[in-house]
Design a binder for this molecule. Structure first.
Ligand code: CMP
Length: 136
């Protein structure tokens, strides 16, 4: 059964010229890109997206970082798309991520880990509504 997930190429990934690398991995894996947009988030959208982290000490930093430059938001579709993209991305901590994953190959810092992928189908539905309110 097909599933959707929300993926962000975060401002660090865009700034470092990694859009092509990330999209290449997604396409080679066979996940289908069904929506995609380059945009700079306002604080309100960023806070809505990261609402579950609002009590964390790094929340302010997180919002500042994610609004600090253009990002690429996309919706992927495919069998077990949530899990499939998270396997491509690697772990949240890039140092613990295996080489061969996006974060394992490209990042060292937990706060600048190149990509975001929804952590469950329920989160995906919520996040897709924030980024693409009229599309699905
Ligand atoms: P993401 O998958 O986008 O979801 C929440 C983000 O919070 C996570 O990736 C990390 O980039 C970020 N994050 C998690 N822990 C920390 C931390 N200790 N300091 C800064 N950012 C963090």
């Amino acid at each position: 059964m097909s599933e959707r997930t929300l993926v962000l190429i975060k401002p660090d990934g865009v700034r470092r010229g990694l859009i092509g690398d990330v999209i290449g991995r997604i396409e080679r894996k066979g996940l289908k890109i069904v929506a995609m947009e380059l945009r700079t988030l306002d604080a309100e959208t960023a806070k809505a997206h990261y609402a579950e982290h609002s009590e964390r000490p790094f929340f302010g930093e997180l919002v500042e970082f994610i609004t600090g430059g253009p990002l690429v938001a996309m919706v992927l579709e495919g069998p077990r798309a949530v899990e499939a993209f998270r396997a491509l991305a690697g772990l949240t901590d890039p140092v613990k991520s295996a080489p061969g994953t996006i974060r394992g190959d490209h990042a060292l810092e937990i706060g600048e880990n190149v990509v975001h992928g929804s952590d469950s189908p329920e989160s995906a539905a919520r996040e897709i509504k924030i980024f693409f309110p009229d599309r699905f």
